[in-house]
Design a protein around this ligand. Sequence first.
Ligand code: PMP
Length: 383
Amino acid sequence: MKISQRIAASRPLATTAMHGRVEDFRNKSMGIIDFSIAISHFSPPASVLDAVARAMQDERTMPYTGVAGALDVRRSLCGKLERENGLAAQPNEVIVTNGAKQALYQALYAMTDPGDRVLIFKPHWPAYVTTCQLLGLEPVLVDLPDTVTPAFLADCPQADLVIVNNPHNPTGKVYTRTELEHLCAWVHARGAQVIVDESYEHLSFGPVHTSFATLCDWRALGVVTIFSASQSYAMMGWRLGFALAPGAIASAMQTLQGPITAACSHLAQVATAAAFDSGPQQHMIDEYRARRDQVLRQVADVPWLDMHCPDSGPYLWGDVRSLSSDTVAFAEDLLAEEGVAIMPGDALGVPGFIRIGYICDDVDTLVEGVRRLVAFGDRLLEQ
Ligand code: PMP
């Protein structure tokens, strides 16, 4: 039996692995509180459900569409880009995908060759590194500073491509316009291409989110921007996303998507257009902020946990180095002893930290999960 060396050399995705562990515990009917990923308890916007219901009555949803998506859907997404992001795009520069993950994979594949170096700021979303490994790329990890300055960038290693995640999972950082301008000038000088993941664009608690591509000549520089309905519209399982890419890259992404999934489900495309038409969900953002503040209040006096206050949702990023440097063991023991799942910072490139997805379930469950986490840590401290 032969398994591809590229797959054998890749670590399984940490978030998916933890999700599997949580399911195992659930199947053993233990009361699990899952903070390991961010699954919203909100419903999708009513306009999405209406659009899908209407489309189901309509025979138009039956045929395949072009690989990049139906023209009216891509036109509608161009409208969103213009309205919300200040980006003027043509439909041939838009490709509809099964979530941001597929867009990321295809963009990375389309823009690189095996052995290319990809700069990723850490902590980082685990999928960036795993996708690089699967494609035979070399992830180059650099600590993300509080503020991105020209001096910091001057010290960064050379790379063929840079991934920028704005707003940032897991710290919630929303890059300022000035930071993005520094990044633009720097990638321009270095001749690196860029993938900007703006999946959390709608979840800012205040700071204005600026699309990187508005600050540069994204067509000439080779900048791909990725969007997702998962977090903006609480539609994780619907698998809706899209990418804005210069024509040649969009076309290369289609060449890859063709034999894999061809077009996304036509019904999902209708849902994608309706979702991205519905704008920021302010009631949801307000609720997330209230939950963030609830957790921050609850852990304010915990001596071993230094919780960072995020500017955007849906994660809290906590420093537990004074208690444990082995956060993988910390997460394992917390799950086994208290039935609470979190992500160890190791999976995001920074041991000694933990990530809490605080938007699942109801507030009582959130409070109970944090209570168990604190009780667990307090016990460790006493040992
Ligand atoms: N990018 C980042 C940084 C994320 O954290 C997530 C959700 N975990 C996504 C994208 C969403 O991916 P998808 O659209 O495939 O659900």
